[in-house]
Design a protein. Structure first.
Length: 373
């Protein structure tokens, strides 16, 4: 039989069905950890990779897993080696590669690529890039702040695997390929569908995190919630994000308590934190806080087609610490992420375009880009 070159309408309709099932499994926040099912899957995983069955500890969040790992190794000071990479190499080499090669041999390249874009890459971008990496980075930062050791999380057996598993699952569900690894693949899939969010894998010990109870995102799929945590777990561990950027929780806490002052905002050196304060307070409260008014707004169409709106803001008051001048800012909205930034500019500006150009190497007439980062 030659390679499959076209999909039937029913096969085409199956693509969003498989994709959305895996996306909704985590993003709906309706699924909780099934400990019995997870225990069965983890014991299978260790056995498949030639490891002894581990003691399994269930925690409510990825941060809780790190705390548990630190607690465990304060009592038992040996056998601290993570075996996650070893398990990951084994699973991918023996199951993932086998089925992937089978697909390549039997499916025409255009179908391979189209389904990969619609299932694997879509899920990876929506879950791993926009949620997973963000959470891991925040945990690493929190671990460092609390002066406890950070342990590497699993390569295999977490929500980061949804993309490639869903991709292979599509072909197997429709019986477009046949492989002697299907039973092992289904065992791994069932482990993911037990509600495991993340694991820290050691020899003889596996620490497992439950799924989030809350996820809030913007229209681009990035973690975003100006009104509270964007991700929250059962034990209360959470993080705050504005358009995908993790920001300190004190912004929300102080905003709710009415404790953000004009002086606090003016003296803040971090432009992302300033932008976060702006998002959380909202434009009216921000302008009231600063006593600022909009002086000029311009929409710039860049050479690559991006539209950027910039607004020049000035305080009505003048301040002796800056030679009796008003404070002035430009508010920028990033075309790609929707994030808002406030940057201080010289108070003599009256044109928003000239003000933003003054922060760059360009003159106002040349302020247009082909590529931005």
């Amino acid at each position: 039989m030659g390679k499959l070159e076209t999909l039937t309408p029913a096969q085409e309709a199956k693509i969003p069905e498989v994709r959305d099932f895996w996306l909704n499994y985590i993003l709906s926040c309706k699924n909780r950890l099934d400990k019995d099912k997870a225990k069965k899957g983890i014991e299978w995983l260790y056995s498949y990779c030639g490891k002894e069955k581990p003691v399994i500890i269930f925690m409510d969040s990825p941060y809780g897993c790190q705390v548990a790992a630190n607690f465990f190794f304060k009592i038992f000071k040996d056998n601290k080696a993570n075996i996650g990479d070893n398990i990951g190499d084994n699973i991918w080499a023996n199951i993932g590669d086998n089925i992937r090669d089978n697909i390549r041999d039997n499916i025409w390249a255009n179908i391979w690529a189209n389904i990969g874009d619609n299932i694997r890459d879509n899920i990876r971008d929506n879950i791993w890039a926009n949620i997973g990496d963000n959470i891991w980075d925040n945990i690493r930062a929190n671990i460092g702040d609390n002066k406890i050791e950070h342990y590497s999380t699993s390569w295999m057996g977490n929500v980061g695997n949804y993309g490639w598993v869903a991709y292979l699952d599509y072909f197997l569900q429709l019986q477009l390929i046949h492989t002697d690894r299907e039973k092992d693949f289904n065992s791994f899939k069932e482990l993911l569908l037990s509600g495991v969010f993340e694991m820290i894998q050691f020899g003889g010990l596996c620490i497992v995190s439950d799924m989030p109870t809350k996820i809030v995102r913007n229209n681009d799929g990035r973690l975003h919630n100006p009104n509270g945590p964007s991700v929250e777990f059962k034990d209360g561990w959470h993080q705050h994000n504005i358009n995908g950027r993790t920001l300190p929780s004190w912004i929300w806490e102080k905003a709710a308590a009415g404790e953000i002052t004009r002086e606090m905002f003016i003296q803040e050196p971090n432009s992302e934190i300033k932008g976060g304060i702006y998002e959380v307070l909202g434009q009216k409260k921000m302008m009231d806080l600063l006593g600022a008014i909009e002086v000029d707004t311009r929409t710039i169409v860049h050479r690559n087609g991006d539209q950027e709106t910039v607004t020049l803001l000035k305080t009505a008051d003048r301040f002796p610490e800056i030679d009796n001048q008003p404070f002035a800012w430009v508010k920028m909205v990033c075309p790609s992420t929707g994030s808002q930034y406030l940057q201080g500019v010289e108070p003599h500006h009256s044109d928003a375009l000239e003000a933003i150009a003054s922060l760059s190497p360009f003159k106002s007439k040349d302020y247009s880009f082909d590529l931005r980062s």
